[in-house]
Design a protein around this ligand. Sequence first.
Ligand code: HPA
Length: 239
Amino acid sequence: MGTPHNEAVKGDFAKTVLMPGDPLRAKFIAETFLENARLVNNVRGVQGYTGTYRGTPVSVMASGMGMPSIGIYSHELFHFYDVDNIIRVGSAGAISPRLKLRDVVMGQGSCTDSRYAHQFGLSGQFAPIADFELLETAVEAARRLGAAPVVGNLLSSDVFYNKAGDTLKWGEMGVLAIEMESAALYMNAAEAGKRALAICTISDSLVTGEALPPADRQTSFTQMMEIALETAVEMARRS
Ligand code: HPA
């Protein structure tokens, strides 16, 4: 039996699921990096695939854009499909002058301007963090692959076209980059007692106004995917 948003049955997903935002990205990842990938979900065109990477079962499913969307899919993967690890693989905009286009950023923490945490009924501010073991494993994988990941705080925002125009204030607090999903993912993992990590490549900079041309996005995307896949393999080896 599936869910309102996912027609896969229990056992269809691997223990680690990589989540890009874009369903066509999920298809591309499955076709490019996985062996024997099979489509396990296509409700609303939110494609999910399970295959193997170097012999290890790995799944990839789109999250859609924003916290409400990744909130639904990650909740279901953790609670109804027995998924242990979700690694978001996406793009982010630099809000710190420390970052360059194409940098790989790992979200050690994730700030947010959303009210997503309200549902947990806490009388203070929850600090959404990545799972340390997943983060440590991903950093090691990145270094083995010759990447120099930047690890720190992300900002998950509910708004892409922000009227307030004060996003760079978060950068003054050391926050590295803005995206729209990691905080909800980290909170859902905490609630479920599972693991999550967001890995992002810098596609644009709110500091300098530069943006990667579409053709260039592919190379940094490939490196990020290899880091995420190696992390999935390593987590499976240990469990
Ligand atoms: N805002 C939100 N999400 C993003 C951005 C941005 O500027 N760039 C890439 N993902």
